[in-house]
Design a protein around this ligand. Structure first.
Ligand code: DX5
Ligand code: ZN
Length: 232
């Protein structure tokens, strides 16, 4: 890798205790994570319903770190505004959703949002390559979207080196200035995080591993140690 990556951990509040969400997000922020991951599901794009802008609004004043909103919904463009108003800093939508990708990227850029493009396990990397130079992040789903607590699908990690190869190509064309974040989401824990890091990921979403741990702060330390070793 030509530049050293900053390894980021993004706890997914899908696995948090909703009766004390404020406390949960403050705890993970104190433990040094760089962002909070908010999983939004509409019962249509995925067979589950989770949370909406109200939850983003409720946790926004509780932490300083960015809120990374992952939209697993059929028409993401209809919900950008409510999530932006609620305090989202970064919005990721799926390439498989019913939207005009170019327009979505421009809308989010126009609102100074970080932009991520997500691919589900059955979608090949070739589908997102043309947008690589226009987004900040590619989210490689390492499970089928819809539920927390699933086991990581190892073959999904093969997409990451493909993305990094294209990144290199764009870097050469732009005198090295181009960098993209590769986020992995689903089944990330102390037994899988190194596999993802070795494959080239630099942002790791973890829900159950962190929030179902008896000691979330200790779990975060463990995860950071594992990925920082890899990036040395
Ligand atoms: C799955 C979500 C993930 C999920 C991660 O649809 O996008 O963010 O909550 O949860 P764990 O870490 O439990 O697999
Ligand atoms: Zn997610």
């Amino acid at each position: 890798m030509s530049q050293k990556l900053e390894m980021k951990i993004a706890p997914s509040i899908l696995a948090a205790d909703f009766s004390k969400l404020g406390e949960e997000v403050r705890l993970v922020e104190r433990s040094g994570v760089q962002q909070i991951h908010v999983d939004v599901m509409d019962g249509h794009f995925v067979p589950n319903i989770s949370m909406g802008p109200l939850v983003v609004k409720a946790i926004r004043p509780e932490v300083q770190i960015p809120l990374d909103v992952h939209l697993m919904i059929s028409r993401p463009q209809d919900y950008f505004e409510p999530f932006i108003k609620a305090g989202a800093n970064h919005i990721t939508f799926h390439i498989e959703s019913d939207c005009n990708v170019d327009q979505c990227i421009s809308t989010l850029r126009g609102q100074n949002m970080g932009v991520g493009l997500a691919i589900s396990p059955d979608t090949p990397v070739s589908e997102v390559l043309e947008w690589l130079p226009k987004v900040d992040m590619i989210l490689v789903m390492t499970v089928y979207p819809g539920f927390g607590g699933q086991a990581l699908i190892p073959s999904t990690l093969e997409k990451i080196p493909e993305i990094r190869n294209y990144e290199k190509k764009f870097q050469q064309e732009s005198d090295g200035g181009f960098r993209i974040q590769v986020q992995v989401d689903g089944g990330i824990d102390s037994t899988t995080i190194r596999l993802a890091a070795d494959a080239g990921a630099d942002c790791f979403v973890a829900g159950s591993a962190i929030f179902n741990s008896p000691d979330p702060a200790d779990e975060i330390r463990t995860l950071f140690n594992l990925i920082r070793e890899t990036s040395e």
